[in-house]
Write a protein that binds this ligand. Structure first.
Ligand SMILES: [Zn+2]
Length: 623
């Protein structure tokens, strides 16, 4: 999190603390509900028990539980606990760390899937075995602990594993790769916190080694693991979305630390193309179920959108790195869109069930879910408490626990605020508080609570969706445009700055090259994407043939069932003529028929009131 070069410097999570509102509530729920929930499922499924059996020398192959990457869920939960403790919360991390550390073998090797009598040998299946991927998450957990001021069994285990990787896979070691990128950014993060350059060197080796056709040419092609071409030559993100975005994050980390501006420019170029042609309105990425992958340009189906929660988290991690490297607001804009419309959407309001895929159109209500067992499939119309592949819940948990770190940065000129939430921020001699009802309301008030003697600049991001905003400072009132607006002055304690963002509802139209939603419209309000959910609609308003009338005003209503500040939107609805002769092609008559009102709710809140159908994009009323 703390690069040695770049435009902006991040703050520690003890320097930027969420105090109340949208994200603070989710962060508290994460500590109170999601972390204990994930911990209990790791016990129930035996994924944590694998470590105990390994330490006792009793992990026979038939006793090992879970998929080949299940160790990583233990590490991601450890990382979530580390950030939770770092922000002042409580979690039983010491107990977890001791279990993990006891399973590590002499020399630093650690994986419960490989190397024991009856198991496959170590590093015999780097293509699918996820051994280096798992180390990546172990190292990130150790880094979270080090960043929050602790050295313990977890940090020692992570460092031993990283040293082992540098020997085994270094310049004189195995010239191979893990099928799933992740360790690259973890090694750079460990370099940043320890100053030991061999971790950075190893990360660079892994980045340069990928794209040399080291991995096999599988049915999905080497693009699945980004091994089809060097990352420097790629035009857009391709293949498995989480792998592509983790790799790109690691590449940015390597580029920043080694001064490799060409590598950084290559990733920025890929980000631009991907945002322009391969990203959903929600910020979600990955449109193919096959290979959990990016599609071609403008291949963005709404009902078959894959949009894995982990890909959204990886996208936020990448955008954050690009923001720090460049200081450009477009990266914070995408992070905001993705946080509110995929990361927030993925978790239920009680913090105990999770979407894996996040489609923009749900055509059928699913069967009721048996919440006593892990759900076997990625997609469903309801959030599942746990899955056989349960990468997303622990990923959400570590993200929410560390979310304060994404709010603000500092540089030689002053302090920049990128994401809006009620918070306390400290950077050097500067202290400030942020108060806001965002995203429901658009006013953001920043109050200076501490300041040094000289002048410095306070910068506030005006999101791209806003176009313009009003900034009220001690110097006066001005209209400001998207990007960073601010004021440089010699501040005094008690000075205030207010940003007024226009969060009213607005219609959004798609690029006509996105065939799946051509001629449709959607509604956004501030940073939130809205959707129509069947549970809100009159039976006369069928979602499968509804049309919205954008010429009529959108009416706001409180939505107390989904939160004290939540806002629903009503628009006039018409029914489109449909086929009646058993053949859905040809002429279906003409003239839409007005049938009442369509109620829209924030997409991130859908599926919290029982099984439902849902759609974000709405056909337009033809008149
Ligand atoms: Zn996932």
């Amino acid at each position: 999190m703390h690069p040695s070069r770049g435009s902006l410097s991040p703050l520690g999570i003890d320097q930027a603390r969420l105090t109340s509102g949208f994200w603070a509530e989710r962060q508290q729920r994460n500590g109170a509900a999601t972390i204990p929930h994930a911990h209990s499922w790791l016990e129930r499924t035996g994924w944590l028990g694998n470590f105990r059996l390994a330490a006792a020398g009793e992990l026979a192959p038939h006793l090992r539980q879970g998929r080949e990457f299940s160790d990583s869920e233990v590490y991601k939960l450890a990382e979530a606990m580390a950030w939770e403790i770092g922000r002042g919360g409580d979690a039983p991390l010491d107990e977890l760390s001791i279990v993990v550390a006891a399973a590590q073998e002499p020399g630093g090797y650690l994986n419960t899937m490989f190397g024991r009598p009856g198991q496959q040998p170590r590093y015999s299946d780097l293509v699918w075995g996820h051994e280096l991927y798992c180390y990546g998450h172990l190292i990130q957990a150790g880094v979270a602990r080090l960043r929050t001021g602790f050295e313990d069994a977890l940090t020692a285990t992570a460092i031993r594993a990283a040293d082992h990787v540098c020997v085994e896979f270094g310049a004189a070691g195995r010239q191979f790769l893990c099928g799933h990128p992740e360790i690259e950014m973890a090694l750079v993060e460990l370099y940043r916190v320890t100053g030991i350059t061999r971790y950075l060197d190893q990360a660079r080796l892994f980045i340069d080694r990928r794209g040399q056709a080291t991995l096999p040419d599988i049915e999905l092609g080497r693009a699945y693991f980004q091994d089809d071409m060097p990352i420097r030559e790629r035009a857009a993100f391709d293949g498995h979305a989480v792998r592509a975005l983790y790799l790109a994050s690691g590449a940015v980390d390597v580029a920043v630390e080694t001064g490799d501006d060409k590598l950084l420019a290559a990733v920025v170029r890929q980000w631009e193309r991907t945002v322009a042609a391969r990203t959903y309105l929600t910020g979600g990425m990955g449109s193919r179920h096959e290979g959990e992958a990016f599609g071609d340009d403008f291949e963005l189906p709404t009902d078959r959108a894959y949009v894995e929660t982990c890909a959204a988290i990886a996208s936020v991690m990448l955008s954050w790195r690009l923001l720090l490297a460049t200081g450009e607001s477009r990266f914070a804009d995408l992070a905001e869109r993705t946080l509110y419309n995929v990361v927030a959407a993925s978790t239920s309001l009680d913090g105990r069930s999770f979407f894996y895929t996040n489609p923009l159109h749900q055509r059928v209500t699913g069967a009721p879910m048996d919440s006593s067992k892990p759900w076997p499939r990625a997609s469903s119309s309801e959030r599942a408490p746990w899955r056989d592949v349960s990468c997303c819940p622990t990923n959400i948990s570590r993200t929410l626990a560390s979310l304060g770190g994404y709010l603000a940065t500092a540089d030689g000129d002053g302090v920049q605020i990128h994401q809006y939430a009620s918070a306390e921020v400290r950077a050097g001699e500067t202290g400030l508080t942020v108060e806001t009802g965002y995203p429901w309301r658009g006013d953001v008030t920043v109050r200076i609570t501490e300041t040094g003697a000289g002048p410095w600049r306070l910068s506030l991001r005006v999101p791209g969706w806003a176009g313009e905003a009003t900034l009220v400072t001690p110097e006066g009132t001005e209209r400001v445009r998207s990007g960073y607006a601010g004021v440089t002055r010699t501040w005094r304690v008690g000075d205030q700055v207010r940003l007024e963002l226009p969060v009213g509802p607005r219609w959004t139209t798609p690029d006509p090259r996105i065939d799946s939603v051509r001629d449709c419209i959607a509604v956004e309000r501030g940073p939130l994407v809205y959707c129509a959910e069947s549970v809100d609609q009159d039976p006369a308003v069928p979602l499968e043939a509804v049309a919205a009338d954008r010429s009529a005003p959108v009416v706001e209503h409180p939505l107390p069932a989904l939160g004290p500040d939540a806002v629903a939107l009503d628009v006039p609805a018409a029914q489109l003529p449909v086929s009646a002769n058993g053949w859905p092609y040809g002429s279906h008559g003409d003239g839409d028929q007005e049938v009442g009102t369509l109620r829209l709710v924030p997409y991130h809140l859908w599926a919290n009131r029982g099984p439902a159908t849902m759609r974000v994009w709405l056909p337009q009323r033809r008149g």
